[in-house]
Design a protein around this ligand. Structure first.
Ligand code: IMP
Length: 192
């Protein structure tokens, strides 16, 4: 089975990727690759960050790899937190602190539409390919559900009565931003 490195330290993302790609590819984690530490993320767009993360690993190990960057865009907040979703409540903010800040900013607001966007950067034989995914939804006034991570407990995708944190991973993957980008990645790799 062809091996490919997923340049992430996020175990939730790794699990999602293995569920999506695991039949066709062996997804190698950074730990398995022997890399410890954080990958810099200093871009101002999702594409820049995804590309930066993939190049960081490719430059050091010379292996085919991919990385993703995801942001939550909230219309009532002018698209924030967007590319800064991980650091919304501060540099080392926890998921919970970020959600609390988001709920505070939206308190009393009726307009709660939002979307997750993901960009995946794949470096294959040193060539870069980008894949995008998106899911529309709304931010609920309070947390519901305990699965998933990040903003999942307050994000309800259009067409569903549950948040991402109430869904099993198969359902979330089948409609999520990252699922969509990853399926494009798989389709591309299969053609190769
Ligand atoms: P990252 O920079 O791609 O790791 O993502 C930025 C932030 O977006 C993360 O810290 C999470 O809070 C959030 N995030 C990314 N993917 C998801 C998801 O699938 N569900 C909920 N939140 C997510």
């Amino acid at each position: 089975m062809k091996k490919i490195v997923f340049a992430t330290n996020n175990t939730h993302k790794l699990r999602e990727a293995r569920a999506l790609l695991g039949r066709q590819f062996e997804i190698v984690s950074l730990e398995e690759l022997g890399f410890e530490g954080d990958i810099p993320e200093t871009g101002t767009t999702l594409a820049e960050n995804a590309s930066q993360k993939a190049h960081f690993i490719y430059d050091r190990y010379g292996v085919d790899c991919f990385a993703d960057d995801t942001g939550l865009e909230v219309d009532a907040l002018g698209g924030a937190p967007g590319v800064y979703s991980a650091r919304y409540a501060g540099e080392k903010a926890t998921y919970d602190e970020n959600v609390t800040k988001l709920l505070g900013e939206l308190e009393g607001k009726q307009e709660r539409s939002a979307r997750f966007k993901t960009v995946v950067s794949l470096l294959l034989n040193s060539e870069e390919h980008l894949f995008e995914g998106m899911v529309e939804g709304q931010i609920l006034p309070r947390r519901t559900g305990s699965d998933g991570f990040g903003y999942d407990p307050v994000f309800q995708p259009v067409g569903y009565q549950e948040t991402f944190a109430q869904m099993n991973s198969e359902l979330k993957n089948s409609i999520s931003h990252r699922g969509m980008a990853m399926r494009k990645l798989v389709a591309f790799l299969k053609e190769r």
